[in-house]
Design a binder for this molecule. Structure first.
Ligand SMILES: NC(=O)c1ccc[n+]([C@@H]2O[C@H](COP(=O)([O-])OP(=O)(O)OC[C@H]3O[C@@H](n4cnc5c(N)ncnc54)[C@H](OP(=O)(O)O)[C@@H]3O)[C@@H](O)[C@H]2O)c1
Length: 240
């Protein structure tokens, strides 16, 4: 029996990189996004489903359809990010928090008995630091997700379901502007695959006794004091 991964928000960005990676590893992959991807080449083993997470009824119907077609889950991963036009506070609460809670609660009895069972929520360093280009709702939703992870780690532990989070710093994707690499201890920007690998680890048997934890994937940037970073940037500016 193949492992079945359900990727919420896997039609674009880091979630789509994850879906490709686990499909290459031989998982059956179900992906939910608002829109079906327009790629000409379908990825083998990946099935896409269109549902707006703000519509509980549509989401429920799609989850039922996914279980019917592809069977019980091994992993459930949340990569979605509110990108709607509505009020950002309401949108962040609905798409990040409420949709994650409702999906987890709908699916707790639909995990495979034989596989490693895992839920991973992609959060952000904005759960603990202030990222000024993001709205207040993003910060509050991400902080709430981290506590939700701890809650469900305890609640779902007896069912053998592990629940963890991954918190990336800025990930260099097409269109995003690079930071000074010198301020990052590992000397480069984060990439989608760095986040993908951390999520894959948490879904794997290598993480079999890890639950309720957060892995920060930022190359060590958040360990540095703001003063050190400011000093380094000032010195760089003088040297130019
Ligand atoms: N990129 C970064 O630098 C960064 C840094 C820290 C944390 N993160 C976190 O990493 C995760 C992925 O980020 P990303 O930058 O890859 O995001 P992204 O490119 O905006 O992709 C978000 C995904 O969510 C789906 N989505 C958005 N609204 C939806 C809705 N209402 N219903 C259903 N699906 C919806 C999108 O698909 P559709 O457009 O088809 O709906 C897409 O598949 C997010 O949780 C983000 O907060 C990212």
């Amino acid at each position: 029996m193949k492992r079945h991964s359900l990727v919420i928000g896997g039609t674009g960005g880091i979630g789509s990189a994850f879906a490709r990676s686990v499909a290459r590893a031989g998982h059956v992959v179900s992906v939910i996004g608002r829109r079906l991807p327009s790629e000409a080449e379908p990825i083998p083993h990946v099935r896409y489903y269109a549902a707006d997470l703000s519509c509980a009824q549509r989401l429920g119907a799609v989850l039922t359809e996914i279980l019917r077609r592809s069977g019980k889950l091994s992993s459930l991963i949340f990569f979605q990010r509110f990108r709607g036009e509505e009020d950002p506070w309401v949108g962040e609460m609905e798409i990040s928090l409420t949709a994650t809670k409702n999906t987890i609660e709908r699916l707790t009895d639909d995990f495979s008995r034989t596989d490693e069972r895992s839920i991973v929520v992609v959060s952000s360093i904005a759960s603990r630091f202030i990222v000024e280009e993001q709205p207040v709702g993003y910060h509050v939703a991400k902080a709430g997700l981290n506590q939700m992870v701890r809650y469900y780690a305890v609640a779902l532990g007896p069912k053998g379901i592990r629940v963890n989070s991954v918190s990336p710093g800025t990930v260099l994707k097409e269109g995003s502007s690079p930071l000074s690499k010198r301020i990052i201890p590992l000397g480069r920007m984060g990439r989608s695959e760095d986040v993908v690998r951390a999520v894959e680890f948490l879904c794997s048997p290598q993480a079999s006794f890890i639950t309720g934890q957060e892995i920060i994937v930022d190359g060590g940037l958040s360990l540095r004091s703001q003063e050190s970073v400011a000093r380094e940037l000032a010195l760089q500016a003088v040297a130019r």
